[in-house]
Write a protein that binds this ligand. Structure first.
Ligand SMILES: Nc1ncnc2c1ncn2[C@@H]1O[C@H](COP(=O)(O)OP(=O)(O)OP(=O)(O)O)[C@@H](O)[C@H]1O
Ligand SMILES: O=P(O)(O)OC[C@H]1O[C@H](OP(=O)(O)OP(=O)(O)O)[C@H](O)[C@@H]1O
Length: 218
């Protein structure tokens, strides 16, 4: 029996969309996975040689980049933020669509002239710094892990960089989008070394590619 493969999936909102894609690629978690009362983090699957781990979205990339998991599913926002050399994202799963944007108060309270130095609240300090640097602006990032939208009203930062989908969270918190940074969707990610050394990984990448082609043609 070959060594078990570990597939990391995020606990959050991508999960519901990811499960049917995984099922069509031949991976179904055991029934306990769907039991909300179950606190286990590791689950068996319909493949004898694969287990799933359910972790936070940012940690999916970390587990896969370090080879602790060989495969995973994560948003392209997380991939861009970490920029891990050992992480390869071969398949766009066409789920979890949203975009990353700069936003500021609708009433203009953050716009104090043409600032060359900004303070930005975000979960994405690396993407944010790169985005502003490319425009000749130095961004001082205040790292938050959620609820970025309340930062401007409380004076923590003049602007935020966060994910936007419907735009409702921005609207409900008196913010407007001022710059579109990048479109986001969820990707299959694999560890590069594992891809080179274990043929099962390449076969799984192919299974996900085929699943996407069939979904697009349907
Ligand atoms: N509003 C949205 N619409 C579509 N996709 C989104 C949206 N918000 C987040 N995503 C995608 O889902 C991923 C996980 O987001 P989610 O909000 O579930 O995680 P989280 O709760 O912020 O993370 P954590 O598990 O670390 O608390 C993001 O990395 C992004 O790719
Ligand atoms: O444009 P919208 O459709 O309103 O979606 C955007 C919101 O969705 C995400 O948050 P999430 O709901 O995942 O909560 P979080 O604060 O825990 O990240 C994101 O961080 C925004 O706050």
């Amino acid at each position: 029996m070959p060594a078990s493969l570990t597939f990391a999936i995020p606990k959050g909102r991508i999960l519901d969309e990811a499960l049917p894609v995984m099922a069509r690629a031949g991976i179904d978690p055991e029934a306990a996975f769907h039991d909300k009362a179950n606190r286990s983090l590791t689950f068996t699957t319909t493949r004898e040689d694969m287990r799933l781990i359910r972790v936070r979205a940012f940690d999916v990339a970390t587990f896969v980049a370090h080879g602790a998991a060989q495969l995973g599913i994560v948003g392209s926002d997380v991939i861009a933020e970490f920029d891990y050399a050992d992480l390869y994202a071969p398949v766009d799963l066409d789920i979890g669509h949203c975009h990353l944007a700069v936003a500021e108060p609708r009433d203009g309270t953050s716009a104090s002239g043409r600032a060359s130095h900004l303070r930005v609240a975000t979960k994405y300090p690396n993407i944010t710094r790169r985005h502003f640097e490319a425009r000749g602006v130095q961004a001082e990032c205040v790292k938050l892990n959620g609820a970025m939208e309340i930062a401007p009203a409380l004076g923590l930062a003049g602007r935020i960089v966060d994910l936007v989908s419907s735009g409702q969270t921005l609207r409900d918190n008196g913010l407007v989008e001022t710059q579109h940074i990048m479109d986001i969707s969820a990707r299959l990610i694999v560890n590069r070394v594992a891809l080179k050394t274990d043929r099962r990984i390449a076969a799984l990448v192919e299974a996900f590619r085929t699943e996407r082609q069939q979904a697009a043609a349907a």
